[in-house]
Ligand binder design. Structure first.
Ligand SMILES: Cc1cc2nc3c(=O)[nH]c(=O)nc-3n(C[C@H](O)[C@H](O)[C@H](O)COP(=O)(O)O)c2cc1C
Length: 178
């Protein structure tokens, strides 16, 4: 698969860092874009962001065009700003544009939205993206696997993202399996 991982300026950058780490161990073609918002949040969270392949304003990336779409675009974490732009067709940077391309070309679009609580505006934006074919996958890990550390909670979400992309993995135990 050709996958674009976009790390935007929501809390929980560790989710994005971990997804890139896992995907880089596979045969998939993984490209990374990091928003300037994410760079700001990284200062607060102390996360070492993965090396970006494209600047957020670099429209020379193949995935900025429907003539060369990716198989999947994942915003992880996804800020409410990026969600709002995607929901309303604002393709003003590579991240929003690639998401727009994914929707129009019927590729997979996964938004790991992070904020709480949600306003009606956010809920409506999530509805719009869902109706357009995108997957809203909030960063809300389950606790039924009896997590022992923060990494377990992060991997719970990464597992769901990989599931959505149809990628096999064993990073998190499934309910009902030994
Ligand atoms: C430390 C910090 C934490 C933030 N956490 C969130 C968050 O969890 N969710 C969110 O939607 N925005 C959050 N923001 C605000 C976004 O970073 C801001 O709206 C930014 O413009 C998003 O731009 P981007 O989507 O292009 O990265 C945070 C900002 C800072 C500085």
């Amino acid at each position: 698969m050709r996958i674009l991982v976009a790390i935007t300026g929501a809390s929980g950058l560790e989710y994005g860092r971990r997804l890139v780490e896992i995907l880089k161990q596979t045969d998939n073609e993984v490209s990374v874009v990091v928003s300037s918002g994410a760079v700001e949040v990284a200062k607060a969270e102390g996360t070492k962001l993965p090396k970006a392949d494209y600047h957020e304003n670099d429209f020379s990336c193949p995935y900025a065009s429907g003539s060369n779409p990716p198989d999947a675009v994942v915003l992880i974490p996804c800020s409410l700003k990026s969600l709002g732009e995607i929901a309303n067709g604002v393709g003003n940077n590579l991240i929003n544009r690639a998401a727009e391309v994914a929707l129009k070309e019927r590729s997979k679009l996964i938004l790991v939205v992070r904020d709480t609580p949600y306003s009606l505006i956010t809920i409506k934006n999530m509805e719009k993206v869902t109706l357009a074919g995108g997957i809203i996958l909030p960063a809300t890990p389950g606790f039924y696997g009896k997590p022992k550390k923060v990494d377990d909670l992060i991997d719970f979400i990464i597992a769901r993202v990989l599931d959505q992309m149809g990628l096999k993995h064993q990073i998190s135990k499934r309910w009902g399996s030994k």
